[in-house]
Design a binder for this molecule. Sequence first.
Ligand code: SF4
Length: 247
Amino acid sequence: MDSLEEVAQAVRDCADCPLHRGRTNAVPGEGSPWAELMFIGEGPGFHEDRQGRPFVGPAGQLLEGLLASIGTNRNDVFIANMVKCRPPDNRDPEPSEIAACKKYLDRQIELIDPKLIVTLGRFSLGRFFPGESITRARGKLREKDGRHIFPVLHPAAALRRPELRKTLVEDFRAIADILEADTLPETIAPEPEGEAPKGPPAEQLNIFGAPAAPPPKPPGNATEEPADAPAPEPPGRNDDPQQLSLL
Ligand code: SF4
């Protein structure tokens, strides 16, 4: 795979995991091959599966607004997902599916070689920092395998919890500051993988790290967010009307 188009074609032809059976369209990702900024979400949702494009539903509209707020747009960045085919019924992708799809995202990162990777939500955070809490990790510049990583909440979390929009807006401002810097600001040291977070249990912290009651879980939602997340974030494919009906 020597170009992004070759990666995209390989994705469209791929049958390396069971997700290929249910897809309408594979969603390889899209944007500028020269992007300084690369976003990684979880996987395609209803609208993405229909159109074969990433982040085209309500969460995508919010992402576009956030991009506009820092003077850029989706044509100037690259937007990809951890898995390229929609999991059935919007379930979480299985570890084996993420592993099978990893080669495509790895190659996209190599080819684009972005200045900054922004992970959207807990799943893509876990690609770089397994086991870490999005609540704790968001808004902090990190380094992993020679890449600069900046985790933020998934836009869909802010669709479900409007009070989280402020946090997203602030984190996008920080992204703009990072990109404008001639030298990237100092990163924080990565937490050792698998180390339990210090302090109160994560489920007792709100997004600002202050003690808070655990968020209520939506009734009957089979894809509940782990207790350490600030919102019961639907699985990156939250553009699905069924998910949005929970808002
Ligand atoms: S999710 Fe990835 S590995 Fe699975 S079929 Fe789609 S492109 Fe292939």
